[in-house]
Design a protein around this ligand. Structure first.
Ligand SMILES: Cc1cc2nc3c(=O)[nH]c(=O)nc-3n(C[C@H](O)[C@H](O)[C@H](O)COP(=O)(O)O)c2cc1C
Length: 370
């Protein structure tokens, strides 16, 4: 897959996830294979130029963490341009611009989704960045502000005109937040709006089959996976293998429990290497429960792992959990059928009526008599 001057090892991408896509997580994903490009958490352009510790930590990398994109946000053209030039000087592979983050703090200062309502201004800002560097500059956006303002196709076309190398499109509007179904037709409209640059589809891909459906129904050149990689850091390798093979019979199974535990421990080791034992463990408190979502019964693990402060405490929690989990195993040491987690199904793989049923909120009240 080509991105301007850059050739990527696959067309599968790790989406930026603020608070999670740090160096340890990127390394975990890379060690498992299949990913073409990993992006950092979003980084404030001004903080980067001011060399603030937090911003510099977000772009910390190693040779094996390559190719890596840094995602920038900000609304001052000179700052975005200078931050891009600085990043190029540090050797990052490409720069992604955040245009679709619905978090109030970011929208307030003019970055994030607010950019999508001001096309010309945005195109000028992006042109300033593209002209300042040789590495590819990409843009990540949502479909638009709301269903009445689907601006992504126009913005994508305008950005292609000023030299953006690729578009990442999350198939939801800002108004949708994270609810509702991914709009595959919306992603397709962005694919059709540009002439030559690749469009990478994003949203709710939690299985290899969902990735294939997004490719098939949108014509996108690549897919980007965020939360799906929390559940399943193996998803890139599994998806690549499925796409290369094509047959449903060849979908690689989810990894076994022992492999999940191995990678969980590896992830903690990397967190401690990069952030130190105390901070690494504290940060890991919110990471570990994602792994355990596919463990089967895990209440005992989750209750204790959110209190760890040292590696030794973590291993004690894990040891206790492995003992406790034995009650759910059969004579072969496998989780009994009735305790196995349900299969993962992406929002856009469900029948419409199933999605509808899931979305209808249940008011509080005497449910037993309704
Ligand atoms: C915890 C969290 C943090 C996120 N942080 C960012 C971010 O820093 N920049 C960005 O462009 N998108 C961010 N997103 C959006 C994701 O990159 C992605 O577009 C979205 O989650 C949909 O993809 P997914 O269903 O594969 O997760 C974040 C999403 C989540 C859940």
């Amino acid at each position: 897959m080509r991105f301007g001057s850059l050739t990527l090892p696959s067309n599968l991408f790790l989406s930026p996830l603020a608070g999670y896509t740090n160096l340890p997580f990127r390394l975990v994903v890379r060690e498992l294979g299949g990913v073409g490009l990993c992006t950092t958490d979003l980084v404030n352009a001004r903080s980067l130029l001011e060399k603030r510790g937090k911003a510099l930590k977000l772009i910390e990398t190693r040779p094996e963490d390559s190719p890596m994109a840094v995602q920038l946000f900000g609304s001052v053209p000179e700052e975005m341009r200078d931050a891009a030039a600085y990043l190029e000087s540090t050797g990052v592979a490409s720069i992604d611009i955040n245009m679709g983050c619905p978090v109030r703090k970011i929208v307030k200062v003019g970055g994030g989704s607010a950019m999508m309502t001001e096309l010309d201004k945005t195109a000028a800002l992006v042109k300033g960045m593209v002209d300042a560097v040789k590495i590819p500059v990409t843009a990540k956006m949502r479909l638009g502000w709301d269903d009445q303002n689907i601006t992504a196709p126009d913005l994508a076309r305008a950005l292609e005109g000023v030299g953006v190398a690729a578009i990442f499109i999350h198939g939801r509007t800002r108004e949708q937040g994270f609810s509702g179904t991914i709009n595959l037709a919306g992603i397709r409209s962005v694919v059709q709006a540009v002439k030559t640059i690749p469009v990478i589809g994003n949203g709710d891909i939690i299985t290899p089959q969902a990735a294939k459906k997004m490719f098939d129904e949108t014509g996108c050149a690549g897919v980007s996976i965020g939360r799906g990689a929390f559940y399943d850091p193996w998803i890139f390798r599994r998806t690549l293998s499925y796409l290369q093979n094509g047959s449903d019979a060849a979908i690689p199974p989810e990894p076994p429990f022992a492999e999940r535990v191995r990678v969980l421990c590896r992830h903690l080791d990397l967190m401690i290497e990069v952030f130190g034992e105390e901070l690494g463990c504290r940060m890991f408190r919110k990471v570990a429960p994602w792994y355990s979502k596919r463990f089967g019964p895990a209440a005992e693990f989750n209750r204790h792992v959110v209190r760890i402060s040292t590696r030794a405490e973590f291993h004690q929690v894990l040891e206790n959990y492995l003992q406790w989990r034995r009650q759910f195993l059969d004579e072969n040491g496998e989780l009994k059928q009735k305790f196995q987690p349900p299969p993962m199904v992406a929002s856009f793989m469900l029948e419409p009526e199933v999605v509808l049923r899931q979305q209808i909120p249940v008011p509080k009240g005497p449910v037993e008599v309704w």
